[in-house]
Design a protein around this ligand. Structure first.
Ligand code: SAH
Length: 253
């Protein structure tokens, strides 16, 4: 049976998924807890990677090698970079770049040495399925979050975007810094710390990967404001609603 891996970086991001997913075993490998079970008719493994590219790459490798995961989805939060990508919106990645990769002048800026590329693609079919699930969940945002939460966080008509997500080992929390990223990678919709690393691992193993990120901040001087509370009350609930909707619509393989 096909095995679907679901990962997030932080406990808060995955809390609602972990509470809802009926796990059958917990297996600890490399200090990470892998929650194994069945959900919506699929065999799934849910895990927290911890923050950053190395932690995420290690976790992804264990999922693929030890748990024979053949479809991998990341769900979490990110800083919005693109114009019109607002807090409370959702970005479904169609590709990933490591914004802090720089082996120039030996290789072009952002190119991952020995791969001949800077960009790793998301699986198009998987990204499409997640985009549909995300758009449907956002259309019913009040149902999933409650009207009070929408008002508290001033979320009006949240939108789903599809495009480039960039990753690096830095929490981007200064307007000057996000401006530099926008200039270097003008297509980027969102910035986070894991996606491009997981995409590279999945590329190596030939396993389809896609990622959904709720925008928690604008990667600017106010990026720390209410970060934990937003994840708990908004992003974690979106993750649960999107992943469970996606799984319920997906044909078991
Ligand atoms: N202040 C937080 C730090 C978490 S790091 C804390 O105390 O827990 C941020 C996490 O959310 C990473 O896993 C990253 O993928 C994502 N993220 C959200 N906004 C981000 C931003 N502006 N820059 C980089 N990563 C961001």
């Amino acid at each position: 049976m096909a095995v679907i891996g679901i990962m997030s970086a932080m406990q808060e991001e995955l809390a609602a998924v972990l509470a809802a997913m009926p796990h059958e075993h917990r297996i600890t490998v490399a200090g990470r807890d892998f929650w194994v079970g069945h959900w919506q008719g699929h065999s799934v493994v849910v895990v927290l990677s911890r923050i950053g590219k190395v932690a995420a790459a290690t976790t992804a490798t264990v999922l693929l090698e030890r748990f024979a995961v053949d479809t991998l989805v990341f769900t979490g939060v990110a800083g919005g970079l693109g114009a019109g990508v607002r807090v409370g919106d959702v970005v479904v990645a169609n590709g990933f770049v490591q914004h802090d990769m720089d082996a120039s002048p030996l290789f072009p800026r952002h190119e991952v040495p020995m791969y001949g590329r800077a960009r790793f693609e998301a699986d198009a079919e998987l990204a499409l399925q997640l985009a549909k699930a995300s758009a449907q969940v956002l259309a019913d945002a009040a149902l999933h979050l409650g009207a009070g939460t929408l008002a508290d966080f001033q979320l009006h008509a949240p939108r789903m975007h599809q495009g480039l997500v960039i990753s690096g080992d830095r929490f981007v929390s200064a307007s000057a810094e996000s401006q530099v990223l926008r200039q270097a990678l003008p297509e980027a919709l969102a910035v986070e710390m894991e996606g491009a690393a997981v995409a590279q691992v999945c590329h190596d193993f030939g396993v389809p990967f896609a990622a959904v990120r709720t925008i928690s901040d604008r990667a600017d001087d106010t990026a720390h404001t209410d970060f934990q509370r937003f994840i708990r009350e908004v992003a974690s609930r979106y993750s649960l609603a999107i992943v469970s909707r996606w799984l319920s619509r997906r044909q078991p393989a």
